[in-house]
Structure formats: C-alpha cells, structure tokens
Design a protein around this ligand. Structure first.
Ligand code: TXA
Ligand code: MG
Length: 339
C-alpha cells in the first residue's frame, strides 16, 4: 500500500494515535479524502472507509485480503441515517434502533440507491449499525456520513480488540485511533429484517452482544436462528468457513479430557490451553484461566487467542463453554476458531 497523507504528514507505517479530538478530526479528513482509518468500536476495532466512495471501499478488500463478495457493515452517526442507506424500512426498525442503538446490533435491510455495490458484495441488502464506543461515535459525527468497516484484521484471522492487535496485522501505512480495549469483545449481533415486509420472519445471521430473546421482545415475534432458514436462506459470506482463527490449530475439549491429559502427563509444554480452572501443577506451557461469566469471557476471548498464539504452540486446546443461550455468541466464535 502506498504511503498515506494526514495534514501534510506522510504515514509510512501503522501509526497508533490516542483518540484525541484532534486525531479524530484528522481521521475524519482522511476518510473524506478516500483513505482508510482503523478505529475502535465497543465490539472490535474496525477498518473504515467512506461508504459512498467505491474506490476507498475497494482498498478495504485489498488491505484485508478479503474476497470482494463479502459485504461490509455501514456504520452510521445516528439512526436518522437509516433511510439514506436503506429503503422499504419496516416500522419496527424504529423500535429496534431506539432500544439497541448505539450498540452491538447490526440490521440487514433492503439497500437504497446510495449504497455502492462494492459495500454489499452485489447483494440487494445492506447491513447498518450505530456503534456505541465514544471514539467511533465522535469520528462518525465529525465525518457526518456512513463509514463501511469490517473488523480490522487480516481475512480469516482473529478479530482485534486493541489498537496494538490492528497494528500487528497491518504493519504498513495505516492510522489506528486508540480508544483502549473493546468492552464487548465479540462482533455485533446481525439481524436480517429485510424480509419482514414480505411477511417473512426476522433472521439471526450472527449471534453477538445483543441476546435473541431481547430482540424477540421488541419484534413481538420469533427470530429464525441459523439452521432454521430453510429455502429462504440469505447469503452471509464469511459466516460459514473457518474464521477468527489462530495460526496454531485449535481444538475444543471437554473438561474431562483436559483433566485426563493433565493427570496422565500427556499435556506437553508446547500445547496452549484456555480453560476455566487454574493451571495444574507441573504444566509448563501457556495456560490461560478464562472467566466463568459469558460477558467477561467474550471481552477477553480474542486477546487470549492472540496471546496464546504468539507463543507458537503446537496446538491450542480450548475447554468447551457451558450450555445455555447466554454462551451462544462465545460458542459460535469458538466453533469457527476451531473448525
Ligand atoms: O461488530 C461488528 O459488527 C464489527 C465492527 C467493526 O462493527 N464489524 C464486523 O464486520 O464484524 P465484518 O465485516 O468482520 O463482519 C460482517 C459480517 C460478515 O459476515 C458479512 O458477510 C455480514 O456481516 N454482512 C454484511 N452485509 C451483509 C448483508 N447485506 N447481508 C448479509 N450479511 C451481511
Ligand atoms: Mg470480521
């Protein structure tokens, strides 16, 4: 990637900057001139481009190594922008945005003519979200328009929850606004409401920070979960393959298997472990003790995966998480990280 320009200065490598008002203004100007900017959201860091600028959006795919058919989420400064990017917006969307925006909920709607097809991967729908992180909100407000942004990681890699994670994936020229570690830690819940107008139910495309039960309360109807879509399955590129993956092979294990490996001495020091219990005496390898509460587990999951991967283990063993819907989003990401 060629060097970037910010207020006359040339940026030749990843540059992490505290998200001061001045840095945010610079970032907004860079978006306006068709450059990419990485910024924090409450879920994960995003790699942003002006959503109306097809050429700028193209740079996201190039930098990430992401296939062009994988659509991007457009981040909005506030809910009044929904009608700019979407058409045939069902009435219930007002209630959803009132309840959950700003926050970790992405809504898939019928696209408007304002959306370049580069953003939607050629689909007739567009994904919209208003993030809750103060830096993201200020950046969007100063920029004043939609910002297309996927997670700021190389395609297929673990999503970034700190500015340092972003810089590690993209050492080349890139401005990274630093807003501290993300508080949610997993990508947004994606709800497809584009078919409501045709009498079809809303569909959950990706579990995340907003539980399905809360969505159903607002919708007043059941949400179809992945696997229940039937013939009307929407296309959600990037949701099926192995994703969010560490470089080392990772595998889910039951608590009993972990215990028996430890007891029999077969847990060699080149195996990394993420488990609920404390490190067993005698195990010399990486052992990360995870939180037993789903929100806190989620907040630290990607940082833990990156930390353990950095020690170049032969294999990563991850203890299965408890049953129950509270763990759905975490379970979904673990399944992808280990497939
Ligand atoms: O929390 C998040 O959602 C983060 C932050 C940065 O906002 N973004 C994020 O973007 O996770 P990305 O690109 O890594 O994941 C977006 C997912 C992809 O699986 C994509 O296929 C799906 O959203 N998606 C985007 N537009 C869609 C559409 N029109 N229809 C169906 N799926 C769509
Ligand atoms: Mg992603």
């Amino acid at each position: 990637m060629a060097a970037l320009k910010a207020r006359g200065r040339v940026i030749r490598m990843a540059q992490i900057q505290q998200a001061t008002p001045d840095a945010i203004r610079t970032a907004a100007e860079m978006l306006g001139s068709g450059q990419l900017v990485a910024f924090p959201t409450e879920t994960v860091y995003g790699l942003g481009a002006a959503a109306r600028n097809a050429e700028a959006v193209g740079k996201i795919y190039d930098l990430k190594g992401r296939p062009r058919g994988h659509p991007l989420i457009v981040h909005l400064p506030d809910a009044s922008h929904v009608n700019v990017w979407a058409s045939d917006v069902p009435y219930v969307v007002n209630e959803l945005t009132e309840q959950f925006w700003p926050g970790p909920l992405t809504l898939v709607l019928t696209r408007s003519v304002a959306v370049p097809s580069e953003v939607t991967g050629g689909q007739q729908t567009v994904a919209l979200r208003m993030p809750a992180h103060p830096t993201a909100m200020q950046l969007l407000k100063v920029f004043g328009d939609g910002v297309a942004a996927p997670s700021a990681n190389l395609f297929g890699h673990v999503s970034p929850t700190t500015a340092q994670h972003v810089a590690a994936d993209f050492p080349g020229p890139l401005l990274v606004l630093d807003g501290g570690p993300c508080t949610v830690g997993l990508e947004s819940t994606i709800l497809d409401v584009s078919q409501l107008a045709h009498g079809q139910p809303a569909r959950l495309l990706r579990p995340g920070g907003v539980p399905v039960s809360r969505l159903e309360d607002v919708l007043g109807s059941k949400v179809l979960l992945p696997g229940q879509w039937g013939a009307a399955a929407p296309r959600v590129p990037g949701s099926l393959q192995s994703h969010y993956a560490a470089k080392a092979p990772a595998r889910l294990v039951k608590a009993e298997e972990l215990r028996s490996l430890t007891r029999s001495g077969r847990l060699s020091s080149d195996i990394g472990v993420m488990a609920f219990g404390p490190r067993p005496p005698g195990h010399a390898g990486q052992w990360l003790q995870m939180h037993d509460e789903p929100e806190r587990y989620a907040r630290h999951l990607y940082a833990c995966l990156r930390q353990i991967d950095a020690t170049q283990p032969r294999e990563i063993l991850i203890e299965e998480v408890p049953p129950g819907t509270a763990w759905d989003a975490v379970r979904d990401r673990l399944k992808r990280a280990t497939s």
